[in-house]
Design a binder for this molecule. Structure first.
Ligand code: PMV
Ligand code: MG
Length: 336
């Protein structure tokens, strides 16, 4: 019996949050190797299971499974078939990115779309490029009215540190109604995804506040606060950060991350909760830069430490403040 298994990781924003919602802006997003798994095997009838829920479904509309079901629809459409015409399979998803029922905030609702599409492509022997995976996942999310920038799925589809320049989601959403999926996939959507290899010796750390937050709601609340000034200043720093990572320029790296963090503070007080403030302040006096990541209001923050002794101090400060070290990774100067 045919059975396959695939994984997708998580992601966290380093810089460019909120500004990336404006088409043409850039964000830097880091893959986090904490994985979700999907298994697909032959079955008598189509069945979808996720450890997020205590029940399984077929393709009958179900709120909990809507994203997974829509991803299955997209994949069938990509093959030029109806879902009923596909050989029946059982898809099981596991590895919810959470602890004690509280999500880490490193995945996103979007990750399951990438995971489902990758799993079905493997099961049905249909190799897809990273860009095809990204576009198919974005197509699925847009159809469901997702209000995000798609930066999350860009990073998760590439499973790498990326600089993502966003496309105009309104234009593509309109085109979904007019064009076939094949036509849409052949089009240039105007986004760019470039992988970045950091050229500096540093420790990358993720701190978890254990306070879950909903990005879609934060976007709704803050969208009207976005200004041209915020976007252009953020863009300048994001591009500076990108070059600093590639050139191993420590000073610019710290300065650009500090500045995007200040810009987020100025955007809304809702972003830096007390715990995220503590997470950031723990870097004070150290050769470390720390900030909230993503929508803010909870979830995770990130830190980049340029001094091993200071990494230890930061970790102790986080621990004392009840911030969990979710992930740590060493960067060296030569990763190519
Ligand atoms: O909280 P996260 O990691 O899902 O990031 C949200 C980032 C935003 O720019 C606020 C929204 C988006 O979709 O880009
Ligand atoms: Mg979040």
């Amino acid at each position: 019996m045919k059975k396959i298994s695939v994984q997708t990781g998580g992601k966290l924003y380093l810089a460019g949050e909120y500004a990336i919602l404006t088409p043409g802006q850039t964000a830097i997003i880091k893959n986090i190797p904490i994985y979700m798994t999907a298994q697909v095997r032959e079955a008598n009838q189509l069945q979808l299971k996720s450890d997020m829920f205590d029940y399984a479904v077929d393709m009958s509309a179900d709120k909990g499974y809507a994203l997974i079901q829509e991803s299955v629809q997209t994949f069938a459409l990509f093959l030029g078939k109806t879902v009923e015409a596909l050989a029946p399979f059982e898809l099981s998803i596991s590895g919810k990115l959470e602890k004690n029922g509280k999500k880490f905030g490193i995945g996103s609702s979007g990750s399951v779309t990438v995971l489902t599409i990758k799993a079905l492509a493997t099961f049905f022997d249909t190799p897809l490029t990273k860009d095809q995976i990204f576009k198919l996942a974005a197509y699925t999310l847009l159809k469901l009215g997702d209000n995000g920038s798609m930066g999350d799925i860009a990073c998760i589809a590439y499973n790498d540190l990326v600089a993502y320049t966003s496309f105009d989601r309104e234009t593509i959403s309109d085109l979904i109604l007019e064009k076939s999926l094949t036509e849409l996939l052949a089009m240039d959507w105007g986004y760019e995804i470039v992988t970045i290899v950091p050229q500096l010796k540093a420790e990358f750390l993720v701190g978890w506040t254990a306070q879950p937050t909903l990005s879609s709601q934060m976007i709704k609340d803050l969208k009207s606060h976005l200004s041209v000034n915020f976007s252009s200043q953020t863009q300048k720093q994001v591009l500076a950060l990108k070059s600093a990572l590639q050139a191993g320029d420590r000073d610019t790296l710290v300065r650009s991350l500090e500045t995007v963090s200040d810009l987020l503070v100025s955007l809304s007080p809702a972003i830096y909760t007390d715990k995220l403030k503590t997470l950031k302040e723990a870097a004070e006096g150290l050769e470390v830069v720390a900030k909230s990541s993503g929508a803010g209001g909870g979830d995770c923050g990130i830190a980049i430490s340029l001094n091993p002794a200071h990494t230890t101090l930061l970790k102790q400060r986080w621990k004392d403040a009840g911030i969990d070290l979710l992930y740590q990774e060493s960067w060296s100067t030569c990763q190519i």
